[in-house]
Design a binder for this molecule. Structure first.
Ligand SMILES: Cc1cc2nc3c(=O)[nH]c(=O)nc-3n(C[C@H](O)[C@H](O)[C@H](O)COP(=O)(O)O)c2cc1C
Length: 397
């Protein structure tokens, strides 16, 4: 897996002569696995065409804050939420000044203001402009606001001057973006995650199951790996590919999942129970296919083992995080689950809504502990997973 796989990067291109290099920056980001969307300022479009950026990024180029169609769904906010990182390359002196002042007078500055994701700025300008006190002061303001400045290079410039201000090389810029995601928050930690839906046999051809896709657990596995953890995944039925850096163990029924978890729990630092495990299984599984008769059929169900509760009861228990998929009395049910299972936190998701939760690529969750709760707003499961890992490390490590 590449360092920017599953990462969404907005590339802001402003009005510097170096904007002609922007399509190459798009390509270098894609080489590392990123999905790129470009926001082009009006001045930027004087130096590079929208078409070349559209072709390289394979996405529509955004340039207009007043795009009526896009703004029907508050396009600039949607775009900001989509991004895992915003890179401005090249960044003109004017755009740098706008950002330092917190202005929102065009699409690029509005998108930057509407996002709390990492911001990287690669200045490119004449050496005299770059040395100007105002430009340096603006860059320092942005550094204080946690932006990363990708230092320009020294050398001969388009205007014939020699000095510092040339845009950094495209591959170095892409590399700096990828370094953002190489966190060490969970380095040296072992994480065990269950995911997907369990399957309970009724007879050799039929089963009881649920709608869980495994997407949330898989996003959590990516986020843990990104943060440096060693991840083991115990999965039921899933419709997705898992991160090859994780050790994957298949366990289809609740009983098999219980056995797999118990055999692998020793030495784990964190246990995340994300699988949708059946609460019941069939008491007597038929050896042969049940034939259709013209009368009611009663299946007797018996409770399965409570995997999360059993792990929480271990003497050397890891940090235990459970998921609660609820459709009613959400917080109350989640609080009860937190108490009954004895786990450290419950991540509550409302699975009654069609646009997120089960099967969907999006989610919205509440991270609940005995002391407090923290809402993680609707976003892609990848971004929700990274936020969950941030909250988890803040609270427990
Ligand atoms: C030919 C030409 C080249 C320019 N090159 C740069 C440059 O390399 N860096 C810069 O900061 N501004 C440069 N400018 C000035 C910016 O294009 C100008 O400040 C513009 O307002 C920037 O708008 P933006 O920040 O919204 O993209 C150049 C202008 C012209 C006409």
């Amino acid at each position: 897996m590449k360092t920017l796989t599953n990462k969404n990067v907005i590339l802001g291109v402003s009005g510097s002569i170096a904007a002609y290099k922007a399509p190459d920056i798009v390509r270098r980001l894609q080489d590392l696995g990123a999905e790129v969307r470009v926001v082009l300022t009006q001045s930027g479009s004087q130096f590079v065409t929208e078409l070349s950026l559209q072709v390289t990024s394979k996405n529509k180029v955004h340039h207009n804050l007043w795009d009526k169609e896009a703004e029907l769904s508050m396009g600039h906010i949607e775009l900001a939420k989509w991004a895992d990182a915003i890179l401005i390359a090249p960044a003109s002196a004017n755009t740098i000044a706008n950002l330092a002042l917190g202005k929102a007078n065009d699409l690029l500055s509005s998108v930057v203001l509407a996002n709390d994701c990492p911001l990287l700025i690669a200045p490119a300008m004449n050496q005299q402009m770059y040395r100007a006190d105002s430009v340096q002061e603006n860059l320092n303001t942005l550094i204080r606001q946690q932006a990363t400045i990708i230092q320009p290079e020294s050398g001969e410039q388009a205007c014939g001057d020699i000095g510092e201000g040339r845009l950094a090389e495209s591959v170095d810029i892409a590399q700096q973006v990828s370094m953002l995601f190489q966190s060490t928050k969970l380095s040296g930690k072992k994480v065990l995650i269950t995911l997907g839906a369990t399957i309970e046999a009724i007879d050799p051809v039929r089963f009881l199951s649920n709608h869980s896709s495994g997407k949330m657990g898989s996003a959590l596995s990516d986020a843990c790996i990104e943060a440096g953890a060693q991840v083991t995944l115990i999965h039921g039925n899933i419709g997705i590919n898992l991160n090859p850096k994780a050790t994957a163990i298949s366990a289809m029924s609740a009983e098999q999942m219980y056995q797999a978890v118990m055999s692998n729990i020793a030495g784990q630092d964190i246990f995340i129970a994300c699988a949708a495990v059946s609460d019941y299984c069939i008491k007597n599984v038929e050896k042969n296919k049940i034939k259709k008769l013209n009368e009611n059929l009663i299946l007797e169900l018996t409770p399965t083992k409570d995997i999360l509760k059993k792990v929480c009861q271990l003497t050397q228990k890891p940090i235990c995080i459970g998921f609660a998929a609820e459709t009613q009395n959400l917080t109350e049910n989640a609080k009860n689950k937190l108490k009954n299972k004895g786990c450290d936190a419950i991540i509550l998701n409302d699975v009654s809504k069609p646009d997120f939760g089960f099967k969907s690529d999006k989610n919205e969750v509440l991270f609940l502990t005995t002391k407090n709760s923290q809402k993680i707003e609707k976003n892609s499961k990848q971004k929700i997973a990274r936020k969950i890992i941030d909250v988890l490390t803040e609270k427990f490590l």
